[in-house]
Design a binder for this molecule. Structure first.
Ligand code: GTP
Ligand code: MG
Length: 359
């Protein structure tokens, strides 16, 4: 009965009336007090009906148009991913990086030989396994960067398994070919040992020898990527509600949450309602990730920085544009409730006799 709910709330020093909305945390406390169980049926059904349907919605073949390939640079720390990308795009990010180590996942859409390509840079440091996985998840083509003077290293192997799991074509950039005394055959042998036999050796993997600092092999690398892209004919339907993935997000002072998203299908527009993991909101503004200029809409394969979400979504969270802000709020609310419960139960199950000493 309402009266007993109100009584509990008053006991919690919360002055509410019968029309007040309660957040899930409060509702849970009341339920505990009254010895009741909360079922999130409505929200779960929404998630099932709306999100699953959006994910599975088939596009009419006639609605499909070519989209930019998403090309992700993966590899061991310091092997030259950012330098290669900088060279291809004509920017200089690498010199501004703290300690020369990439700590963010970056994505840019650029024109190359009259074709759009979206490039994604990932960190090679071992601490960033998650980001490499995320990069591999959105990618169409993986560029495996291997420094010729260092060869295949632990994070190269990890990148290989991410790319294989994502089932995408791999192009190898054998970088730092300018370093004196490097032996390309050694890397080719290592590649073969990892079931990535170079095409020169009768296998299927294109290996391009590059130097990002000397500009060697860069045209060939780009050409190879464009050729692989052409063979695969990536398409999408720009005329549907957008969906895609969040690469990273952060709270930025007055601007609020800035989320870096890649649209995978559909077109996202300023004003659209979206739900992204536990976050929801209306797109207030979007900017081009390279120029920082505002954009009104973002089509398939386009990365954008987006403002308008109420809280920072997790990197790797999928986003969906919905037509109803109430539904977006409900789905987001149910997700954050679920994840807070998982965190709580995670803490309790962690305490066992074996790991008690580590706590
Ligand atoms: P993380 O993002 O930290 O994983 O590193 P990264 O793979 O992005 O490597 P980055 O581009 O930061 O390059 C690392 C260092 O190698 C820098 O000092 C570059 O100048 C240098 N470097 C990159 N490419 C080449 C190359 O082709 N030849 C030589 N000699 N040095 C290179
Ligand atoms: Mg880097």
């Amino acid at each position: 009965p309402v009266a007993s709910v109100l009584k509990v709330l008053m006991g919690m020093q919360m002055m509410v009336n019968i029309n007040s909305e309660l957040d899930l945390e409060t509702a849970e406390m009341i339920a505990a007090e009254l010895d009741l169980t909360i079922e999130l049926k409505a929200a779960e059904t929404l998630e099932d009906e709306l999100i699953t349907e959006l994910e599975n919605q088939e596009d009419d073949p006639d609605s499909l148009v070519p989209r930019a390939p998403i090309v992700t640079f993966l590899g061991h720390v310091d092997h030259g991913k950012t330098s290669l990308l900088d060279y291809l795009i004509g920017i200089n990010v690498v010199s501004g990086e703290a300690g020369g180590i990439t700590q963010h996942i970056r994505a840019y859409e650029v024109e190359k030989d009259g074709r759009s390509v979206t490039f994604v840079d990932t960190p090679g440091h071992e601490a960033f396994t998650e980001m490499r996985a995320r990069g591999a998840n959105v990618t169409d083509i993986a560029v495996l960067v291997i420094a010729a003077d260092d060869g295949i290293m632990p994070q190269t192997e990890e990148a290989i398994s991410h790319a294989k799991a994502a089932d995408v074509p791999i192009v190898v950039a054998m970088n730092k070919i300018d370093v004196e005394g490097v032996d390309p055959n050694r890397v080719m042998t290592q590649l073969t040992e990892h079931q990535l036999t170079p095409s020169e050796w009768g296998g299927e993997v294109e290996v391009v020898q590059t130097s990002a600092t000397k500009g060697i092999g860069m045209d060939e690398l780009l050409e190879t990527l464009l050729t692989v892209a052409e063979l695969n004919e990536y398409t999408a339907n720009p005329n549907r509600e957008a969906l895609g993935v969040c690469l990273e997000s952060e709270q930025q002072g007055d601007r609020g949450v800035v989320a870096k998203l890649i649209v995978q299908n559909g077109t996202m527009r300023v004003g659209d309602i979206l739900v992204c993991g536990p976050a929801h909101g209306r797109v207030r503004a979007m900017t081009n990730t390279l120029t920082g200029k505002p954009v009104e809409e973002a089509g398939p394969s386009t990365p954008v920085n987006l403002i308008g979400l109420d809280t920072a979504p997790g990197a790797g969270d999928r986003f969906h544009v919905l037509s109803d802000i109430g539904q977006a709020r409900e789905i987001a609310g149910a997700r954050s409730y679920e994840s807070s419960r998982e965190n709580l139960s995670g803490i309790t199950t962690k305490v066992s006799f074996e790991n008690f000493q580590d706590m």
